[in-house]
Ligand binder design. Structure first.
Ligand SMILES: [Zn+2]
Length: 230
């Protein structure tokens, strides 16, 4: 009986999420509507207290150009959105004074191709996955670029900005980064908090980028999920 009640609750919840996502798509741009049609859900409709600041909707990202035209909201596959909601709940328990801030989430293949074209022949090229290799987890709606912010919306210092290209953004040698004075102990502690929270939701960190989290492996994504091929 309890299972049945949980099932009903889940069904009502997902209907509410789909309806709220459809509302956000209707108010948004062409890409928002396409995301909703592809079965993605709006982060704002699922995750209470998670803020968004989409870096590729502005030119002040590492490519220097606006990559998202017609995308107002962050979208994720429902499985990733549920995981993000769990992460937000974990943060609320541990640090109610902070919130998660999404910088990028689902990324259509057309944007991945554009990003690749923009960096081709530049030192940034090795950091962008080649769309010919089938796309990365962002292209399935299963990855999120995210950081922490305080109650005034100020991003917590993490040692580098989100999207910084270089070894200072790696997570496997942070103790050395601190001892060499590249990042501070407080910045490392902020990164550790972000990782703990995201792992509590079910995400896995990426060695080279402290802000990037995957829900599963690329192999699992290829087997079980659909590429955002538009
Ligand atoms: Zn990423």
């Amino acid at each position: 009986m309890r299972n049945f009640a949980a099932m009903i609750e889940k069904a009502i919840l997902s209907a509410a999420i789909v309806a709220a996502s459809a509302g956000m798509a209707a108010r948004g741009g062409e890409l928002d509507r396409r995301m909703a049609r592809e079965g993605m859900v709006a982060v704002g409709a699922v995750c209470d207290g998670v803020e968004e600041s989409l870096m590729y909707s502005r030119a002040d990202n590492f490519t220097g150009v606006v990559l998202y035209e017609g995308l107002d909201s962050a979208w994720l596959h429902p499985d990733a959105a549920v995981a993000l909601r769990k992460a937000a709940e974990a943060l609320r328990k541990e640090r109610p004074d902070l919130h998660l801030l999404v910088k990028d989430a689902s990324r259509p293949m057309s944007v991945q191709r554009r990003m690749y074209q923009v960096v081709q022949g530049t030192p940034q090229a090795p950091y962008v996955s080649n769309p010919r290799n089938g796309g990365g987890l962002h292209n399935y709606g299963l990855a999120v670029d995210i950081t922490l912010a305080d109650s005034l919306g100020r991003e917590l210092p993490m040692g580098t900005p989100v999207d910084h290209l270089g070894p200072e953004a790696n997570i496997d040698r942070e103790t050395q980064l601190v001892s060499r004075g590249v990042i501070t102990a407080a910045e490392r502690a902020n990164r550790l908090l972000l990782r703990r929270i995201m792992q509590a939701g079910g995400f896995k960190p990426l060695r080279t980028e402290w802000w990037h989290f995957n829900l599963c492996t690329r192999t699992e994504a290829k087997q079980r999920y659909r590429l955002l091929n538009f």
